[in-house]
Write a protein that binds this ligand. Structure first.
Ligand code: MGD
Ligand code: MGD
Ligand code: SF4
Ligand code: MO
Length: 740
């Protein structure tokens, strides 16, 4: 049997996979891996973005497909009751009844949907049509708000549109890779392997700079590692600009012809002389000068970034400050150069294209623009004014609205906010206030299910057909290659059925996902992300990079995986010029002080994916990181008189966590690191977000999940400590009756 070609459902690198079905019991495994007892994934050599490479997560994903799946709709009237299995008919009529009642009694703003970068584009698109078009509320936001929102805001401010300009081939065309706030080695491993190989081969001519308070596996490969103080990125970037300006390393022609705002920026960076900058960032003047020299002397600077930049109250300011450097030195629109945000989730890019945040609309349009709203209303055959003119509630604002009792129906799909939101005790209290919560997930139990009234079983990756876009704008068709378990349905089908039952028959008259996609791409015509030339049929022949307008001819498509945006230096602003946006550094929302003397930073481990709904259930990845540990510098550990494997209690102003420590030089003094992967089902009292605060970047509304102030106390190992947890805990309010 031929393997199914698809995309890895984990990170935004978007590696191509080939998936082989399990054999009937007793059949031997052959050389191609056929006959394995489970679904087996391997790298797809034909995929242009990954050329056959995969990391441990992609390679083991098949093992998670049949473990602890949610198979039937389940309902309960209150959170202290057990769930009872119900039919889809009951589930749909209940949803429709709840929506109609909330709309009539409180208006559409009392309805919220919280979705995910793990949706396929078709799921995203149908959800936008339902909420923003038909129900008349822009209260659709996604976990991308916790992830890519600052990158989106920065691109729009600087270039006039979202969209990462470079492509992966630039990894092998750069002479200076500037990695800031990204642990690429663990979180985007296939991109990092490519860069590492190229860097090793070209040690003399290619520089690798890594900016991260931790000495991560990424930083260990760097020629220069700037272990800056958490939150000091804007100062660093302005300080580099100061030196570049002083040394005359400018692209004057590009600045004059293609940008505006340079003189204000040049004035601002005067406030960042080397001594001051080095002090703010806690690095040496020499390190700063080396970074500026390497950037200035390189002809092709490629910057890569992810959460160390985005998850900050300075998130958008950090992104704009980085783009300023690119504009000033002409590192944009050419091979080996450009600002490249590494997308977190497999289809956060598709989500942005489909309008999957509370301030945007399909085709990289924005809610606030009346022309944009009108274009989408026409596309959706809805009367003028159907789409509300103001953005809806962003992720954290939904929690605040729940807290205030302003939400009548909360619908969560493909995300696990009871683990991943900041200030988790406050989040849980807010979720408990929801009169009716729908949780649409592929697995059971999850932490968020504990706060739901209705559980809807979702067909996941491999069980529904749809598309996903990776970080370099390559769109891959992900076909269904197996049956969904039980009665699980594709997310978009669930949304469409609700739409039809609410009386929007013509709007949701979709026969299949290909038809949904056709309609979506038609709404990208003339936009930066024009993909009107794409269809499921065409994508069945192989992945395609956008822009891909219907007029694209076969010849131009030949080199289609080496395309950059803005090669003509005309940007997506009204006047075609990019903008310099000068920002001063604000620093951290909650800096350390004598009571809470450490900065806690948080993030990921190589083998786990987010809240472990898959990787916690796969032996290999679960065994790689059996329990959470807190990383701490040897000098801090000495002061606290603790050694590796001994326990600490970490306390912030909001809550606490208890876990063993790992004493390591890989983290600077005064900073500690805790992984994000353990919610309350997978460890006792070791939730990182019990500690984090919900302050957001005022422009992107992305929370500062990367830093809060904590205190540490050495404790005895608790009696109920989980040494190693490979099955989720059972909890009283996650019981079921009559579920098979
Ligand atoms: N293995 C694995 N890979 C993943 C994921 C996963 O769950 N597991 N998730 C995917 C998703 S959705 C995302 S968003 C990406 C995230 O990918 P990354 O952003 O690379 O991962 P993180 O570990 O969240 O954080 C990156 C780094 O930011 C640093 N940092 C903290 N504060 C600062 C600061 O103020 N300035 C700077 N410059 N750096 C700082 C941290 O020390 C950390 O090493 O990973 C994707 N890939
Ligand atoms: N402290 C701290 N907190 C963080 C972060 C951090 O760095 N530090 N990072 C933030 C970031 S960048 C992110 S992206 C978030 C991630 O946080 P979450 O989105 O909460 O994490 P996941 O575990 O990926 O949740 C995805 C859920 O969708 C389900 N699922 C998978 N496929 C499908 C499908 O096709 N349909 C449906 N309906 N369900 C499906 C999975 O079973 C899982 O329950 O966490 C954020 N929170
Ligand atoms: S690098 Fe990302 S996309 Fe590639 S196999 Fe690993 S998790 Fe999947
Ligand atoms: Mo993310």
């Amino acid at each position: 049997m031929k393997p199914a070609k698809t995309l890895c459902p984990y990170c935004g690198v978007g590696c191509g996979l080939e998936v082989l079905p399990p054999a009937r019991p007793g059949r031997p495994v052959n050389r191609d891996g056929e006959g394995n007892p489970i679904w087996q994934a391997r790298g797809d050599r034909d995929h242009p973005s990954s050329k056959g490479k995969v990391c441990v997560k992609g390679a083991t994903v098949g093992e998670s497909l049949d473990r602890d799946r949610l198979k039937y709709p389940m309902l309960r009237e209150s959170l202290d009751q057990p769930f009872k299995q119900v039919t889809w008919e009951t589930a749909f009529s209940r949803i429709v009844q709840e929506i109609q009642q909330v709309r009539a009694e409180r208006g559409p703003e009392a309805i919220c949907m919280y979705g995910s970068g793990q949706f396929q584009t078709e799921d995203y698109y149908v959800a936008q049509k339902l909420l923003k078009g038909c129900l008349g509320t822009n209260n659709f936001d996604a976990n991308s708000r916790l992830c890519m929102a600052s990158a989106v805001a920065g691109y729009i401010k600087s270039f006039g549109s979202d969209g990462p300009p470079p492509c992966y081939d630039d990894l092998e065309k750069t002479d200076c890779a500037f990695l800031i706030g990204t642990n690429t080695a663990d979180c985007h491993p296939i991109i990092f392997n490519r860069l590492r190989k190229y860097h090793k081969k070209n040690k003399r001519k290619v520089k690798l700079i890594v900016v991260d308070p931790r000495r991560t596996d990424t930083a260990k490969e760097a020629d220069l590692h700037l272990a800056i103080r958490p939150g000091s990125d804007v100062a660093l970037l302005n300080g580099i600009a100061h030196l570049l300006l002083q040394r005359g390393r400018l692209d004057a022609a590009l600045i004059d012809d293609c940008t505006t705002g340079f003189s204000d920026y040049a004035e601002l960076v005067q406030h960042y002389p080397p001594e001051r900058t080095a002090e703010i960032c806690d690095i040496s003047v020499q390190e700063l000068e080396t970074a500026a020299d390497w950037w200035g002397q390189s002809k092709h600077v490629l910057s890569l970034w992810s959460m160390g930049m985005n998850q900050s109250i300075d998130g958008t300011a950090k992104v704009c400050s980085l783009i300023n450097l690119h504009l000033m030195t002409g590192n944009i629109g050419k091979p080996g150069a450009g600002p490249f945000s590494l997308t977190g989730q497999p289809n956060a890019m598709g989500g942005r294209e489909a309008g999957g945040l509370c301030h945007i609309l399909p085709g990289y349009r924005v809610i606030k623009n009346a022309k944009h709203r009108r274009a989408i209303e026409q596309g959706w055959q809805l009367p003028e004014g159907s789409i509300a003119p103001q953005p809806g509630l962003a992720a954290w604002d939904m929690m605040l609205a729940l807290e205030r009792g302003e939400v009548g129906l909360f619908w969560v799909a493909a995300t696990n906010p009871a683990v991943s939101m900041p200030d988790i005790e406050r989040t849980k209290a807010a979720l408990s206030r929801s009169p009716f919560t729908i949780c649409q997930d592929a697995y059971y139990p999850t932490e968020t299910a504990a706060y739901a009234h209705l559980l809807l079983p979702a067909a996941q990756w491999g069980e529904k057909t749809g598309t996903m876009t990776n970080s370099e704008r390559v769109v891959t068709l992900c076909p269904a290659f197996r049956q969904p378990p039980g009665e699980a349905k594709a997310d978009w089908e669930i949304f469409a059925e609700v739409g039809r039952r609410l009386g929007f028959g013509p709007q949701f008259d979709f026969q299949d996902a290909a038809q949904v996609y056709r309609e979506f791409v038609s709404l990208t015509a003339g936009q930066l992300c024009d993909m009107t030339g794409l269809s499921h049929d065409q994508l069945a022949k192989g992945p395609v990079q956008w822009p891909y307008p219907a007029t694209t001819c076969a010849e131009t498509a030949a080199d289609k995986f080496d395309k950059r945006l803005y090669t003509d230096l005309r940007f997506a602003t009204e006047d075609g010029r990019a903008r310099f946006h000068p920002f001063h550094a604000k620093g951290l929302a909650e800096p350390p002080d004598p009571s809470y003397p450490f900065v806690l930073t948080t993030g990921r481990l190589y083998g786990h994916w987010h809240t472990q709904t898959r990787t916690g259930r796969i032996e290999k990845t679960a065994e790689m990181h059996p329990h959470p540990v807190l990383e701490i510098n040897p000098r801090d550990a000495q002061k606290l008189k603790i050694q590796s494997e001994e326990w600490v209690e970490v306390r912030s102003r909001r809550g606490y966590a208890r876990l063993p420590v790992l004493v390591t030089q890989n983290i600077a003094r005064g900073t500690v690191f805790m992984p994000m992967h353990w919610g309350f089902l997978w460890a006792n009292q070791a939730e990182v977000n019990a500690l984090t605060h919900p302050e957001v970047c005022p422009m992107s509304l992305q929370p500062e999940l990367k830093a809060c102030a904590v205190q540490l106390t050495a404790i005895q190992k608790p009696e109920d400590a989980d040494e190693s947890q490979t099955v989720p805990h059972t909890l009283p309010n996650l019981q079921t009756v009559n579920a098979p």
